[in-house]
Design a protein. Structure first.
Length: 134
């Protein structure tokens, strides 16, 4: 997943940070793409991963679920991190039941980060809950 994400960011000529974590929260890989990446971008991927690990949902999917049900961060005992686009749940099955872990990207806009995350996961042969509208 990371290698696909890095290649996609390089192809787009976008700088950023890519991180992958397993379902237990162990970071498996992190890579910076480009020279002008800030510490804030690096912290952002960790916060996105935390949100995915708590909810087993991609960041924008979890944010949407919270808005629709009237939930706030307090309903999750402050366990959620960043709810912006670019954090994705990784599943081994199309039914989205076998949660493998999380991928997170902080690069360009939220839309770019989410799109690259989604494409990288699918290119690697896994599944995510990010809706296929792109």
């Amino acid at each position: 997943v990371k290698d696909h994400a890095v290649a996609l960011l390089q192809e787009l000529r976008v700088t950023g940070v890519v991180a992958i974590s397993n379902s237990l929260g162990m970071e498996l890989s992190r890579q910076v793409v480009g020279d002008d990446v800030t510490q804030l971008r690096s912290a952002s991927v960790g916060a996105k991963i935390r949100t995915v690990l708590v909810s087993h949902r991609s960041t924008t999917v979890q944010n949407r679920r919270m808005v629709e049900s009237g939930q706030t961060r307090e309903d999750f005992n402050e366990a959620l991190g960043n709810l912006r686009g670019g954090g994705a749940a990784i599943f081994s099955d199309e039914d989205l039941k076998d949660f493998l872990g999380a991928a997170a990207i902080s690069a360009g806009s939220e839309e770019i980060a989410e799109d690259v995350c989604d494409k990288a996961i699918r290119m690697a042969g896994f599944y995510t809950d990010i809706p296929q509208s792109k």
